[in-house]
Design a protein around this ligand. Sequence first.
Ligand SMILES: [Zn+2]
Length: 105
Amino acid sequence: MAAERILIVAATYVRNLNGKQIAIIDGYTFYACNSLSGNLDTSMWRCTKGYPCKARFKALNTGEIVRVTTLEHEHVPPAIDVHDGILYKLAKKKPTPVTYATHMR
Ligand SMILES: [Zn+2]
């Protein structure tokens, strides 16, 4: 796969029901994990799916993304809904349209 430089990536920042900040890119959700590097101006954001998904990026605390490690996920996006800046997870009862589209290709 060709290495592709992503120059402009925008994340939407919301909060979940627990008040935790969540970033959304292309329908995928990320949570911040403070790096131990001592740099308090940036945070690493990891896919909420966690291992083995390697999608993650680094962003300034202002929300500006400064480095994308990868945004490739090995799963479909989570079923989510956002209302007034609050993230709601939808119950997974049936495959999403995204799943169908992938299989029909
Ligand atoms: Zn992921």
